[in-house]
Design a binder for this molecule. Structure first.
Ligand SMILES: Cc1cc2nc3c(=O)[nH]c(=O)nc-3n(C[C@H](O)[C@H](O)[C@H](O)COP(=O)(O)OP(=O)(O)OC[C@H]3O[C@@H](n4cnc5c(N)ncnc54)[C@H](O)[C@@H]3O)c2cc1C
Length: 493
């Protein structure tokens, strides 16, 4: 049996570990932190359970496939329930737009804002199906290892207007300013600026409609636990608090890894689920890197970072206007994104995602209590913000805003709290520049232009996860594992 080391236990790492075990490989998974999940790490305190990262489950079949490959059924391990609405989006004055997978319902919501946009939305949806068929169904789980792979799809990309941004694309169909934001914010879910990201990402809205938006009962952490159990049942070996220091390379071929504590593991194949830029920059000496030189890594554009505050309240907020998934858009939108992505300035205002999972699943908090998390996109560490000083006032401003507009008497009702900021992404998750979604998803950093799933510098080294093709978000990282599995199995067939 060939020996495979997987570095990191984000969803990309968990998925490739299980997929390769199903194919009969001998797999050892090494995770730096004390628990598995990566960005989906779970914080537990005083009876509250907070999912640290992903909360919106789309394309659930990508999880089902992993269990099926192992001869199991996902629903025997973890239960998914649909969310309705998918999202509730608030404008600066608290007016709402809800959407879900029911076309007539979405049209009735559009009617509230601008009846003339109903027809445009129907055309928008139809056109994003073509993007989805190409960009997701056909290409998301295919490797882009040669320039020819890219040239072959170039005519389709031009036909689909991938040279436009998502915002420009949506605006061709939608007139109303607020609705334009509602149908173009999706790149933010994978670390992209709707005003810069290729219109291919307009397919995320179609993908949500195709399979729905789901929630895992017990939280996303329940999926991590289910995958951990599956991997152990399959005979995989898992070590936590096992930080990889170096990938051992002989004659440009990966031969194993060395941990920070000096322990060495030999391997026939190494798969890195750690941040791609970090893997190249810190685990492989520059003399062994022809393509991913320090200069190239520095010149790559990285996605924004996040400030996330997790808080539990001693009362429930059942009579609030909030849904399970809420997006609260501020007055400034394009300019705020310009501050975050290009000017790299921490603004005083914000646009927020507010998660209220206890609306669906009260088991995440003690009886009579509510669990929340609020997330604000912020610049990555090139902004020079001193988060050791800035985190507290930034948190206070967000909590005050929520108290004044959505959750009365919030501050006095908070009994449990935790937060993460760009320093967490850098120091705890080893993400280059503290980026929350790794390499920024722009056209010139997508598909063949993105770090490949098979290393271009070192043989027998593969990549899964947000920084490699096809990109961030759960559907992206799970697809990257599918690609890496095909490449590795192809090699040993
Ligand atoms: C707050 C937040 C909310 C999000 N919400 C959603 C959502 O609702 N839906 C969605 O689809 N996506 C969401 N995303 C994006 C999604 O969570 C990520 O793209 C995805 O989880 C990343 O998975 P990954 O496979 O790249 O691994 P990661 O989760 O990045 O994990 C990488 C792992 O590698 C480990 N590691 C790093 N270096 C080493 C080393 N040297 N040795 C050993 N281990 C190491 C890290 O500790 C980590 O556990 C969200 C992201 C964030 C941050």
């Amino acid at each position: 049996m060939k020996k495979i080391i997987v570095i990191g236990s984000g969803f990309g790492g968990l998925a490739i570990a299980s997929r390769l075990l199903s194919k009969g490989f001998n797999v050892t998974l090494l995770e730096k932190r004390d628990k598995l999940g990566g960005r989906a790490y779970v914080y537990e305190k005083d009876g509250f359970t907070f999912d640290g990262g992903p909360t919106v489950i789309t394309a659930p079949f990508l999880f089902d496939e992993i269990f099926e490959a192992a001869g199991k059924k996902r629903k025997d391990y973890v239960t998914f329930v649909p969310c309705d609405p998918f999202y509730r989006i608030f404008d600066k004055d608290g007016n709402t737009f809800d959407y879900n997978g029911d076309h007539d319902f979405v049209l009735s919501e559009i009617e509230k804002w601008n009846p003339a946009d109903k027809e445009g939305y129907t055309r928008f949806l139809k056109s994003t199906k073509a993007i989805f068929d190409k960009g997701f169904t056909e290409l998301a789980d295919k490797p882009f290892l040669s320039i020819w792979d890219m040239l072959k799809v170039a005519p389709d990309l031009i036909k689909l207007q991938s040279y436009k941004t998502v915002y420009q694309y949506a605006s061709q169909f939608i007139e109303n300013n607020f609705l334009r934001k509602c149908f173009s914010f999706h790149p933010l879910l994978v670390g992209g600026n709707p005003f810069q990201t290729t219109s291919i990402y307009a397919m995320i809205h179609y993908l949500e409609r195709e399979w729905g938006v789901h929630y895992a009962m017990g939280g996303t952490g329940a999926i991590v636990n289910a995958m951990e159990l599956l991997i152990r049942e399959q005979g995989g070996v898992i070590h936590t608090e096992a930080e990889v220091d170096k990938i051992l390379i002989e004659e440009q071929t990966a031969k194993g890894i060395r941990l920070k504590n000096g322990e060495e593991y030999d391997a026939d194949v190494v798969v890195s689920n750690a941040d791609v830029a970090f893997t190249y920059r810190h685990m492989i000496p520059e003399s062994k890197r022809k393509k991913y030189t320090n200069r190239k890594i520095e010149r790559t554009k990285y996605s924004m970072s996040l400030f996330v505050s997790y808080f539990g309240t001693k009362k429930r907020y059942l009579d609030s206007d909030l849904a399970h998934h809420n997006i609260i858009l501020g007055d400034r939108y394009r300019e705020l994104l310009e501050d975050i992505f290009n000017r790299k300035e921490l603004a005083e205002d914000f646009s927020l995602y507010l998660h209220m999972p206890t609306k669906t699943d009260p088991s995440l908090a003690p009886e009579g209590c509510e669990a929340f998390y609020v997330l604000s996109p912020v610049p990555h560490l090139d902004s020079d913000t001193d988060w050791t000083q800035q985190a507290k006032p930034y948190r206070d401003a967000i909590i005050q805003f929520l108290e004044e507009n959505y959750l009365p008497d919030l501050e006095e009702n908070i009994i449990v709290e935790h937060h993460i900021d760009p320093l967490h992404f850098k120091k705890t998750l080893n993400s280059y520049k503290g980026s929350a979604f790794s390499v920024e998803p722009i056209l010139t950093q997508s598909a063949w232009f993105r770090p490949h799933n098979k290393s271009e510098d070192v043989d027998q080294l593969y990549f899964v996860g947000a920084g490699t093709h096809p990109g961030a978000g759960l559907p992206g990282v799970l697809s990257s594992a599918k690609i890496a599995e095909d490449l590795i199995c192809g090699k040993y067939r």
